[in-house]
Design a protein around this ligand. Structure first.
Ligand SMILES: Nc1ncnc2c1ncn2[C@@H]1O[C@H](COP(=O)(O)OP(=O)(O)OP(=O)(O)O)[C@@H](O)[C@H]1O
Length: 275
């Protein structure tokens, strides 16, 4: 296997189909994410954004096509190999649950203690540096019950970056934040990407924040990749789906109703006793 160079994509999906059992959620997906880039994955509710994230971390395997992460085909690695790949990723879930019995410092130190052999003085240095990067150096001593919801998100972010991942995956990083915190979080994602020279992938509905910081946007819907490009290209798009999504219009090709399926029809028949 060739060793990946910095020009190689960190994540590459080639003609990928994804789904669960017999259900195919997305197909024909081609994606590339490179070092130093902030990439946003957008789309309506149920369009498959979380499914893309699960595929990039190897939680689900592709029904078709190949997914390579750090130059390795993720379907071909398992056990220790997958664990090593995942150690190079930081994942920030929407509910980035913190340990309530540990203080802020120990929450951020946790991955270092768990996965490395670094000395106590190095742990102190690295944890304070990451807390500084999210603006919370002086909150190191606080208990988790003493921090606000927005601070808790930033602590979870400091914890996600403490092992200096080459790829950071953010699940809805702006959900539930007030407009100021949204702007701060967006700038933080951009500055961390530049500072760590990593790649950041966000799955999000929030157009304004992600367009402010993304280098490239992929938009999924109707089971496929609907559009992609720099934010300014998508803003200029005439595609009705893109237009509806970016402008938050209720009418258009994005359906409000979850589509009827044979599985639903069967359930309804059983449930109501009607044939
Ligand atoms: N574990 C699962 N088993 C079966 N179907 C699933 C599973 N997870 C998700 N799905 C289906 O896959 C489709 C895409 O779901 P996904 O969670 O990826 O969407 P999303 O774009 O992240 O949505 P949202 O923005 O609402 O969180 C949906 O139709 C959903 O019902």
């Amino acid at each position: 296997m060739n060793s990946p160079t910095s020009a190689d994509p960190i994540v590459k999906f080639t003609n990928v189909a994804l789904g669960y059992g017999d259900l195919t959620v997305l197909q024909g997906i081609d994606i590339e994410v490179r070092r130093g880039q902030v990439v946003a994955m957008m789309g309506g509710s149920g369009s498959g954004k979380t499914t893309l994230l699960r595929a990039a971390t190897g939680q689900i395997t592709a029904q078709k096509g190949t997914i390579s992460v750090f130059g390795s085909d993720i379907a071909a690695v398992s056990g220790e190999g997958l664990r090593e790949l995942r150690q190079r990723m930081g994942v920030l879930f929407q509910q980035g649950a913190l340990f309530t019995d540990l203080n802020v410092f120990e929450n951020v130190a946790f991955p270092l203690r768990e996965h490395t052999q670094v000395s106590e003085s190095q742990i102190t240095e690295r944890v304070l540096e990451k807390l500084d990067a999210v603006g919370l150096r002086a909150a190191a001593h606080l208990g988790i019950s003493e921090v606000s919801g927005g601070m808790a998100r930033r602590i979870a972010l400091a914890r996600a970056i403490v092992l200096e991942p080459e790829l950071i995956l953010y699940d809805e990083p702006f959900a539930g934040l007030d407009p100021i915190s949204m702007g701060i979080t967006a700038q933080l994602i951009r500055s961390l990407t530049n500072r760590l020279n990593c790649a950041s992938v966000l799955i999000t509905h929030d157009v304004a924040e992600s367009f402010m910081i993304a280098d490239h946007v992929y938009m999924v819907g109707q089971g496929r990749l609907i559009a992609q490009g720099a934010p300014k290209d998508l803003s200029a798009s005439q595609d009705p789906y893109v237009h509806q999504f970016l402008n938050g219009e209720p009418d258009g090709p994005i359906a409000f109703h979850y589509p009827t399926s044979p599985a639903f029809t069967k359930w309804l028949q059983q449930h109501t006793g009607r044939s």
